[in-house]
Write a protein of this length. Structure first.
Length: 418
């Protein structure tokens, strides 16, 4: 069994984790998948999860749940948080490495065949970005042969944020995600809010609603791992398909249909063709981008058994040439059929994971916000006292600029499928 250990870092990461495990338990009420759970001595299923934060409020509220192993909870004794400062969170991670990695090592030793770590965090605050970055670096050093996947929540760069230094935090984190992670699932706050409003018809979605959207996507992305099929039954096969070039490792999910009591009355039945069509719409993507040119994509059709209908839908998709592919490799558009037995009424749903050049637009917006702050040297003193100078700022900014250029070059002479 190829186990996956989940690290929940910071307020955002732990709230996502709580929603993820609640949904996972509802999908597997009787027998929990061994990739994500193990059994305690009394046969209670325990998530393979480690909860990490620098202040106790969120973890205290969720770790009361009997699900979690209370020995796998790290909260700083100081309890003051990272002050929305990446450097503060990063330094805390360095100072507390031994304590945190003792938990990680113990959990790894409790696995028969550990395959990967998945990390839930935000890139905009202090703990999820800074401490998350430190943990990712150390994971790569301590577990060089294991896969690392980040589920990273990106800030809404079109709104004024309470965290004025979020562009600094984001750039510093993005460098680590690009350098050390095998794949990054991008969740954009702007897109998450839009999907919650439009698909679930909630005018002012709460954090709880948004986290439910994220956990729905995360559970769907793992369905072929939890209910193994003839293909894509481990994380390695999924990542190797979607990330043909290591440096271009950012993936944007899309999912349909999101359901609540109101939308159940609207979406009565969906065909495979409906699912594929909706997945390709910008409004169903977890990041506010245009796809532009696809490098690689994987679509998971959930709760259909009609292989022929899937094939016909894919052929129609190709024939319409609705999406371009990068010109330097054959079109890479893959699919798999999975079953999720506990879904109500066996509702057909679908998830796409897409690696495309469109992510360059989102990265550019973050760089532009960073440049506006850095040009004035605004708030840099907050970081200077934790970092030896600001060389790390310039190196991180250049890393993301190089990545943007790489994505832009990848789509040169983009054409439709012929």
């Amino acid at each position: 069994m190829r186990e996956i250990i989940t690290l929940q870092v910071g307020q955002c990461g732990n709230q996502i984790g709580a929603s993820f495990w609640n949904r996972m338990a509802s999908l597997h009420p009787k027998t929990q998948p061994e990739q994500f759970f193990y059994l305690a001595d009394d046969n209670t299923p325990i998530p393979r999860a480690i909860l990490i934060d620098l202040e106790p409020r969120v973890i205290s509220s969720i770790s009361q749940n009997i699900f979690f192993n209370h020995e796998n909870v790290f909260v700083s004794n100081e309890g003051g948080g990272a002050g929305n400062n990446w450097a503060n969170g990063y330094l805390f991670g360095k100072n507390k490495k031994n304590e945190i990695f003792e938990m990680i090592q113990k959990e790894a030793e409790n696995s028969d065949m550990l395959e990967a770590f998945q990390i839930f965090h935000s890139i905009a605050g202090g703990t999820g970005s800074g401490m998350g970055s430190c943990i990712i670096e150390e994971l790569r050093d301590d577990f060089p042969k294991k896969l690392i996947q980040s589920t990273a929540v990106f800030p809404n760069n079109d709104e004024v944020s309470e965290v004025v230094v979020q562009p600094y935090n984001s750039i510093l984190t993005l460098k680590r995600l690009n350098k050390y992670c095998d794949s990054v699932l991008v969740m954009d706050n702007e897109a998450l809010g839009r999907i919650s409003s439009e698909s679930l018809r909630i005018k002012h979605p709460s954090y709880e609603t948004i986290n439910s959207v994220i956990s729905t996507v995360l559970c769907a992305s793992s369905v072929s791992l939890r209910n193994p099929t003839y293909m894509y039954s481990d994380m390695k096969s999924i990542i190797s398909t979607l990330v043909p070039i290591k440096s271009m490792n950012f993936l944007v999910p899309s999912y349909t249909p999101f359901m609540n009591e109101e939308t159940k009355q609207i979406i009565r039945k969906s065909s495979v063709n409906d699912i594929l069509r909706r997945l390709m719409l910008n409004k169903n993507r977890m990041a506010n981008i245009d796809t532009r040119a696809i490098i690689s994509a994987l679509t998971i059709f959930i709760n259909t058994t009609d292989v022929n209908e899937v094939q016909r839908s894919l052929i129609r998709f190709y024939d319409k040439q609705e999406t371009g592919f990068v010109p330097w490799m054959p079109p890479s558009f893959h699919s798999v059929i999975c079953q999720e037995p506990t879904i109500v009424n066996d509702q057909i749903s679908g998830l796409s994971l897409v690696n495309s050049t469109g992510i360059a637009h989102l990265l550019r917006k973050i760089c532009d916000q960073y440049d506006k702050l850095k040009k004035k040297n605004a708030f840099t003193e907050m970081y200077r006292k934790y970092l030896n100078g600001l060389d790390e700022f310039d190196e991180s900014r250049q890393t993301i600029e190089n990545l943007i250029t790489e994505y832009q070059n990848a789509e040169l002479s983009t054409r439709g499928v012929t």
